[in-house]
Design a binder for this molecule. Structure first.
Ligand code: F6R
Length: 369
């Protein structure tokens, strides 16, 4: 049932191109616009939404952090993403014009369920993004957009995460389409780019041998740091989470701009630091800033592992290890940039003799608060 792979996690990593394609299937019409009629919240209600709040845990929370960038950019609706376990305890401000999005692979995560119940009690509309048909979270929501990752068996989430991202982009683009923002043309072009993304994920998967080799060479390290900016920041958090849960290593993700506000003190000789570099096209200011961050940490002896768009030569002189990913629109980059980090964590776990599919102390679905 592992389809020839040693672990479910490897199988699920390999299934990502299909999972992404399946999640898009039937959701883009012949004219290249989104048709999400299955989300049974009328367009008239979506036009009135004045705030979006995303609640989720763990990896799904990281998808939600990325969604915030997409939603605010394409819809101009203020959006916040919050850990489900923190949400209801701070007495959040919600009303009928708030759209709450609950993201969950299992659909059974108690923290997320309690957050959405609280949101509905306050009159907010709840849209679930979920991978498990008929599970509790979609049953208790006003609407659901299913991710079509197929069953995810390994405890560490991989393909579900990529499909959560796709679903989040679909919601963001759909909200933009329904409300008609100045980004109409960009929205159409990003929908086209999304249809190409499965092939790009496949390309990344085909070039992972050097990443596995690198991971094996780091098996005796104590710590790995991850840096990113913009949508690369949640990717850094996700890379660190994967490493903690699988390799049982100390790993931390930072916003690269925060370095000088503290974390740079952690940089010493030979500490591996993974840097997720945004596309040099589009927001070039961001790109320049991260290049100088890489220079700063390298000057202090860090061993830099740089994930960058193919052909981004500006980073080459500062990358001890370069991991290239295909060019995508800036906001979509997490779909390709996360994949090497999954492979990296999985290989490190194997090299350290850990149980990849069943990490210690973890359960696939956390049904207690
Ligand atoms: C990490 C991981 C967990 C889950 C989290 C939420 O690899 O699997 O962090 O993402 O427990 O689970 P769901 O998505 O089922 O609500």
């Amino acid at each position: 049932e592992k389809g020839g792979y040693d672990y479910f996690m490897l199988k699920e990593i390999a299934e990502q191109p299909k999972a992404v394609a399946d999640t898009l299937l039937g959701r883009i019409d012949a004219s290249g616009r989104l048709s999400l009629d299955e989300v049974r919240i009328p367009a008239s209600v979506l036009r009135e939404v004045d705030k979006v709040v995303i609640v989720a845990c763990g990896t799904a929370y990281h998808a939600g952090l990325i969604a915030k960038y997409a939603i605010e950019h394409w819809t101009r609706i203020p959006c916040e993403t919050e850990l489900a376990s923190e949400f209801r305890y701070r007495d959040p401000i919600l009303d009928q014009r708030t759209l709450v999005i609950a993201i969950s692979q299992s659909g059974e995560t108690m923290d997320t369920l309690m957050a959405l119940r609280h949101a509905r009690e306050q009159g907010a509309k709840v849209l679930a993004i979920c991978n498990t048909n008929g599970s509790t979270i979609p049953r208790e929501s006003d609407a659901v957009l299913y991710t079509h990752a197929g069953p995810e068996v390994a405890v560490a989430s991989t393909k579900a995460f990529l499909t959560q991202l796709v679903a989040c982009y679909l919601v963001a683009l759909y909200l933009g389409q329904v409300r008609g923002t100045k980004w109409g043309d960009e929205i159409l072009s990003v929908i086209r780019d999304l249809s190409e993304i499965a092939g790009e994920v496949e390309e990344v998967l085909e070039t992972m041998e050097p990443v596995r080799e690198l991971a094996r060479s780091l098996a005796d390290k104590n710590t790995v740091l991850f840096l990113g900016r913009h949508v690369g920041y949640p990717v850094a958090l996700e890379g660190a989470l994967k490493l903690k849960e699988l390799a049982y290593m100390h790993a931390e993700g930072f916003a690269a701009g925060e370095l000088k506000h503290g974390p740079i003190a952690l940089i010493e000789k030979d500490v591996p630091v993974v840097v997720v570099v945004p596309s040099p096209r589009g927001r070039s200011v961001l790109h320049d800033k991260i290049v100088s961050n890489i220079q700063e940490i390298r000057a202090r002896g860090a061993r830099t592992i740089v994930i960058a768009e193919r052909g981004d030569t500006a980073v080459h002189p500062y990358a001890d290890h370069l991991i290239e990913v295909p060019a995508t629109p800036v906001l979509l980059q997490p779909l390709v940039a996360t994949v090497p980090l999954q492979v990296f964590a999985c290989e490190l776990a194997t090299a350290r003799g850990n149980e990849v599919d069943q990490p210690r102390n973890l359960a696939k679905s956390v049904t207690v608060e």
